[in-house]
Design a protein around this ligand. Structure first.
Ligand SMILES: [Fe+2]
Ligand SMILES: [Fe+2]
Length: 251
């Protein structure tokens, strides 16, 4: 493995507001990440949505009380639950833009809001395609990563499919032609990885929701990214961790 260009702590589906989900558990996960990040190269926290359950202010404020005080760079985008009850207005008030970018010398991340008000299905929208192409076009020589809440390809063992991004085919086409290396998303509450041609698509699990599937528990994922490989480590809520897998990356 070449030098690591980014250590991404990928967290999703926190679901503050769900019965039994506590802000102090989010805080504990963040402290664990901060400690690990202190000895990891180029750390960044990525939160791919569903911070809340119903998009309500008190839920948002619980998430923000922790996520706005993180001791490393952080990128937060909304998920379908955050859009409920017109929660996007509160998201923007607390976390800023719903589409964000983050760049370092060798790493370029485009994070998209794939949610729509009161609609659980995902959608990126063709109005954004040129912006995504231009961003990656300016990122030659960098590892190109795309983040969103919803999945672009259905994930096994998650029930009947009805939430895949509506314009998934077009988004995948844009990302592939822009030589995107890696897609990071959440929403399905299980860790899973697909390879599509030369692109890797990784779905992380839920950080705290009780709505897990099968035998998997709550977790976040540490993604160590070098110019030619990504290594995915599952960091379980109980403090344990284990290697999920590794995959070659294209430039
Ligand atoms: Fe979720
Ligand atoms: Fe979701």
């Amino acid at each position: 493995m070449a030098d690591i260009v980014a250590t991404v702590y990928h967290m999703s589906d926190i679901h503050i507001g769900e019965a039994g989900v506590k802000t102090k558990d989010l805080e504990r996960a963040i402290r664990r990440i901060e400690e690990d990040a202190s000895s990891s190269p180029s750390p960044v926290l990525l939160v791919t949505g569903d911070l809340t359950t119903e998009g309500l202010r008190e839920e948002y404020e619980g998430a923000a009380s922790v996520l706005l005080e993180v001791g490393l760079p952080s990128i937060v985008i909304p998920g379908n639950h955050d859009e409920r009850n017109y929660g996007s207005a509160i998201f923007e008030e607390l976390f800023g833009e719903r589409f964000k970018t983050y760049e370092t010398e060798h790493f370029a991340l485009y994070a998209a809001d794939s949610s729509e008000p009161d609609n659980d299905a995902g959608h990126v929208g063709r109005v954004k395609y040129n912006e995504i192409r231009d961003f990656y076009g300016r990122s030659k020589g960098k590892v190109k990563v795309f983040a969103l809440h919803h999945h672009l390809i259905p994930v096994p063992h998650t029930g009947r499919e009805h939430n895949v991004v509506e314009d998934a085919g077009d988004v995948l086409g844009v990302l592939d032609s822009a030589r995107c290396s890696l897609v990071l998303n959440g929403h399905r509450h299980v860790p899973w990885m697909w390879r599509l041609g030369d692109m890797v698509l990784y779905n992380t699990g839920t950080l705290l929701s009780k709505r897990v599937r099968g035998g998997i528990t709550q977790l976040h994922t540490k993604v160590e990214i070098s110019k030619d490989e990504a290594v995915f480590t599952l960091c379980m809520k109980d403090g344990s961790s284990r290697l999920f897998g590794r995959s070659p990356l294209r430039m």
